[in-house]
Structures are given as C-alpha cells and as structure tokens.
Design a protein around this ligand. Structure first.
Ligand SMILES: [Zn+2]
Length: 255
C-alpha cells in the first residue's frame, strides 16, 4: 500500500466515521500509520500527517546554513503544520480549499518542489499569505482569498460580516464581537452587561455601513513598459458562494 493510498483510506474513515466497507485495507493502513507516527499517535497528529501528505508545502521546515538546504526538524512529530498560523475562522471557512487550489496551480506550473511558505497571518483585517517563488497563478489565488477574508469572521468563519474595529481592525460577526472573554467575565463581571450593550451598538454601526458582504470580484492594476496601465478584473463569486454554502452545511475545524 502506497503512502497516498494510506492517506486516502485514513481520510475516508475519518470523514465517514466508519472503517467499513474494507476493514482489511483499514488495518493495513493503520499499521502503516503506526510505523510513521509511532503507536501512540493522537488524532491531531494523524490529521496533520494527512494534511501534509496532501499539501506538502504545509510542512514546517528550516534553513540549514551548513547543508544550504531546507530541512525538517528531526524531532518533528506532526504536532503542527503551517496552516495552524491561519486564524481559526478563516481556516474553517476556506483554509483547506485554498491549499487545494494552490496545490493544483503548483502542479500545473511544475512549482511544487520549490514552493515555500514564509508566513500566514492577519494584517489590517485581511489575510497575508507570504510565500515564494512567485507564480502568477498562485498569486491570483492568494489575492482572491485575501479579498474574501476581509468579510469572513476571523473567529468563527461566518461569511458576509463587516470589518470592525476591535481595538484593531478585523472582520467579526455580531456573536463573536459581542461575546466577552473568559478573562472579562472573571475580572469584571459587573461590567459585562453594559459592555455587551455597547458592543452591540458598535457592531450595528459597522454593519450599517453596507460593506459587510464578501466581494464578488476584484480588480488588479498592473503596469508594463510595453502596454502601459492594464486593469484586470477577476470574478470571485464562485469561491464566495462555495464558502457561503460550506458555512451553511457546517464545517469541521481540525487543529
Ligand atoms: Zn464569528
């Protein structure tokens, strides 16, 4: 059984919740996984191993100055992947969808082996996916999700929410924006009710501004010596609708 087949079997069993119909195949896959992860592996380690097998660029690596190569830490046990850097809500809404699109684009342009992720983070309320080398097809995918992220709750993944100011700029749904933290509940229980009231008013003000829908398209302006200014328009409504229906059907977050 190849590693790819093991991934397929383990993923199918995980998602369906049953080793049926082929229990022999499942035992064989389990044995292979134990060889790789050790016999006491956790569900999270297994999920991470599956994820990295599907999208190898999620493997954490470091630059070894002596060998002049990117290497994997010898103690690495699949406890985390680079996708853990993505805020929870965005990961839930589109994390793996985005990885799949990038993977397919890299296969198309034969760039899978050299592709590295430097960082995945939030800045000014939108997704920053920093990677190299730069491939046009991959950059378009990154741009698309960065634009969409501006109206997806950074905490829970709810689509079509406004960009709000929570001390810093971020997209929040009303529920996440008006939920006090455990720390607040513990330290300032007497202020909670008033706090929720203020927050609700605040949030409604942002919502009222009308910029609370995920974008259906975006435009990019580029310049070249030969052609001068050039504007390209991208239709991203299909991905926006996929995120909406994924949210309505319920999404699983694995971390
Ligand atoms: Zn939320």
């Amino acid at each position: 059984m190849t590693e790819k087949q093991v991934v397929e079997v383990m993923e199918r069993v995980r998602d369906s919740g049953s080793p049926l119909p082929n229990i022999v195949e499942y035992s064989e896959a389990l044995r292979k996984v134990s060889e790789i992860l050790g016999s006491n592996y956790t569900e999270k380690q297994l999920d991470n191993w599956i994820l990295i097998n599907k999208y190898p660029f999620l493997m954490p690596t470091y630059w070894n100055r002596e060998t002049m190569q990117y290497e994997i830490d010898k103690d690495y046990k699949y406890d985390f992947t680079l996708l853990d850097k993505m805020p929870d809500g965005w990961r839930k809404a589109f994390g793996e969808m985005m990885c799949e699109e990038i993977y397919n684009a890299l296969v198309e342009c034969d760039g899978l082996d050299d592709y590295r992720i430097e960082d995945i983070k939030e800045k000014l309320g939108s997704l920053r996916w920093c990677s190299y080398p730069s491939y046009k097809e991959v950059e378009e995918i990154i741009d698309k999700y960065s634009v969409l992220s501006e109206n997806i709750c950074i905490i829970c993944g709810k689509p079509d929410v406004p960009m709000t100011n929570n001390g810093r700029l971020s997209p929040f749904c009303k529920k996440c924006f008006t939920t006090p933290s455990d720390w607040q509940k513990r330290e300032h229980p007497e202020e909670i009710e008033r706090w929720i009231e203020f927050r609700t008013e605040d949030w409604e003000e942002y919502d009222y501004e009308g910029n609370n829908k995920m974008a259906d398209s975006y435009t990019v302006e580029s310049w070249s010596k030969e052609y001068g200014e050039k504007t390209t328009r991208y239709d991203i409504s299909r991905t926006a609708n996929m995120i909406r229906s994924k949210y309505c059907n319920g999404t699983k977050i694995r971390k």
